[in-house]
Design a binder for this molecule. Structure first.
Ligand code: ZN
Length: 200
């Protein structure tokens, strides 16, 4: 007889073996091969999904739907949040959605709304927008750190354009430009590398 954890709840005799498979699913006219986990009983042959397996299957299906709908995946949202060094609670405080929103988005338990998706894409491209929202949400430390990073990026861009001798619009920048000199001095202490935006 199988041990109690692995015993089939249907025939109460056989041992269950877990299987990893793929299942073809259609969503909005697109077909995907979705990861699918289930267990099979050695005695009665019934195929069944435990609560944990059912949850994993539901998440895999939701990830596929996000992909078809053009929404950021749970993994992409997690990467974005980590890039800004935010906890899930801070991210919810800054972007909204409720206290457990980011745990649900990131685990593909819940599909974020289109406005939330757009907001996160803006956040991905424009650190200053995140700093502004953080300030507004009262996350002062987050706001200060992000502002420091945004200025560092801006300074790097200005230096690059200065080295190449001109801005892309053809405007020539002289080394003696006092506002640039002041700007360089003010931001010299904050030389933080900022990674390229992750999402296209
Ligand atoms: Zn069975």
């Amino acid at each position: 007889m199988a041990n109690i954890e692995n015993r089939c709840p249907i025939c109460e005799e056989g041992e269950l073996t877990a299987h990893n498979s793929f299942e073809e699913q259609d969503y909005r006219g697109q077909t995907g091969n979705i990861p699918f986990v289930y267990s099979e009983c050695a005695a009665c042959g019934s195929e069944q999904a435990s609560t944990a397996q059912a949850r994993a299957n539901k998440r895999a299906m939701l990830a596929f739907k996000k992909d078809v709908d053009g929404l950021l995946t749970g993994q992409e949202i997690k990467a974005l949040r980590r890039r800004y060094n935010l906890t899930q609670a801070q991210a919810a405080s800054i972007f909204g959605g409720g206290p457990v929103a980011f745990s649900k988005y990131e685990s593909d338990d819940v599909m974020q709304s289109e406005p939330m998706d757009n907001l996160l894409r803006v956040a991905s491209q424009i650190p200053y927008a995140v700093a502004w929202l953080a300030q507004r949400a009262g996350e002062q430390t987050v706001a200060t750190n992000l502002l420091r990073e945004s200025f560092s990026v801006l300074r790097t861009q200005i230096s690059k354009q200065y080295v190449s001798g001109h801005f892309s619009d053809g405007f020539n920048l002289k080394r003696s430009n006092p506002s640039v000199m002041r700007y360089e001095q003010a931001s010299a202490a904050n030389d933080i590398e900022y990674p390229e935006a992750v999402f296209g």
